[in-house]
Design a protein around this ligand. Structure first.
Ligand SMILES: [Zn+2]
Length: 405
């Protein structure tokens, strides 16, 4: 009973399939896409497009696969604007601020957590994101991590158990006891609700996890059937990238401070480096070197890291602009990393690409080309989004519905 949708009049279409068009981005011009249900059924020149039940005229808009945001922390309560303001007055970032959000999250009702996460997911969609990963990690009790993952699962299949985000205050004198909780009862309760496990590895921080604790967390998560992702080397060089390689992680995230051996380990193990420049922007820190990773043939993804402490943005266009301006990426490389790269970081082959059989997730820009995402920073260029074959046009639809990515 699923309807078909013809999107036509696409001035420039990034497919990310080099067999369909020019270059790495597989660019087509004057293109059309037909969705049948939630999948792409046809893609090619607008002049030869088949008919469909419904029709969306892009009127020359540029199109691209919906952004794939492979790293976000949408389930939390409260905000940390005061901490941000203090940082901008010169206080350095330390990971301990996470505990502030933990206290607010534990105090929030299920409804408050759900409404907050849904609001941020709507912001993402409004800015062209059609797939997002969402982590737990602000509950840090069995019950609060479990309800965080339940909230995340209302919005995405890409749920990540991050009980090992920080050591909560009540375990400050017994961090080993907290690792036992995370790898024992908490993992047992959370694993059925998560696809991934993650750990914040930062050995010199007083509140995050060192190498042996992180290895224990990742080993337990793997044994429970979860895929592996790692918060690696955000603040200084450390064991995170090596651990990611050791556990055949899908992704090592942040990768702001890498040694040459780290870069080689990521490449050799096929681990995606997911770069999160909004975190460096919001902590006034040096950016990761995307150029170095690309030149070493490491697959690079870009993601928002949306969280209330260090990167309170849901905007993939902002991240693309930062990556081009500050990290040595071309506009095409950044768009590829924000779509196909994110898909690789989630080991997905059905998103981040537009070709027959892929999900019909398409973002249309009120601009003639994808380059405008970096060329016109801060401008709300997203004209409309097709999510699973359903067209959402902001001007016509007013406030967008809550939709599951
Ligand atoms: Zn994060």
């Amino acid at each position: 009973m699923s309807a078909s949708l013809l999107v036509t009049g696409i001035g420039e279409l990034v497919t990310n399939d080099p067999s369909l068009g020019d270059g790495l981005l597989g660019v087509l011009h004057d293109a059309a896409v037909v969705a049948d249900g939630d999948r792409i059924a046809w893609i090619g020149p607008a002049a030869s497009a088949p008919a469909a039940d419904e029709r969306l005229d892009a009127e020359g808009c540029a199109g691209l696969p919906g952004f794939v945001d492979a790293h976000s922390h949408l389930v939390f309560a409260g905000d940390r604007a005061a901490e941000f303001a203090a940082r901008m007055e010169g206080q350095p970032y330390a990971a301990g601020g996470i505990r502030t959000t933990v206290a607010a999250t534990r105090a929030a009702s299920d409804d408050e957590l759900g409404a907050g996460a849904a609001r941020l997911a709507r912001e993402m969609l409004r800015q062209g994101t059609t797939t997002t990963e969402i982590k737990s990690g602000y509950g840090l009790t069995v019950e609060d991590e479990l309800r965080s993952l339940r909230v995340a699962a209302t919005l995405t299949d890409e749920t990540t158990f991050l009980g090992a985000h920080v050591v909560p205050a009540e375990f400050a004198e017994d961090p080993g006891g907290y690792v036992d909780l995370v790898t024992g009862p908490m993992l047992a309760a959370c694993a059925p609700h998560a696809r991934w496990i993650d750990v914040f590895v930062e050995p010199s921080s007083a509140v995050t996890f060192g190498e042996s604790a992180a290895r224990a967390v990742l080993a337990a998560g793997s044994a429970a059937g979860l895929g592996v992702r790692v918060h690696a080397s955000q603040l200084e060089p450390g064991p995170g990238p090596r651990l990611a390689a050791e556990f055949s992680a899908a992704s090592a995230d942040h990768c702001t401070h890498l040694t040459d051996a780290d870069v080689a380990a990521l490449r050799d193990a096929g681990v995606v480096a997911t770069l999160l420049p909004a975190a460096e922007f919001s902590t006034r820190s040096p950016y990761p070197d995307a150029r170095r990773l690309l030149d070493a043939d490491v697959t690079v993804a870009l993601a928002t890291d949306c969280n209330p402490g260090t990167a309170y943005t849901t905007s993939m266009p902002f991240v693309v602009a930062l990556a081009v301006r500050e990290m040595g990426m071309t506009p095409g490389e950044a768009v590829h990393a924000a779509t196909a790269g994110g898909a690789a970081a989630l080991r997905r082959t059905d998103v981040g690409v537009l070709r027959p059989g892929a999900r019909a997730d398409l973002t249309l820009l009120d601009a003639p080309s994808h380059v405008h995402l970096a060329y016109r920073p801060g401008v709300p260029l997203v004209d409309s989004v097709v999510l699973g074959g359903q067209a959402l046009r902001w001007s016509a639809s007013g406030s967008s519905p809550v939709v599951r990515m």
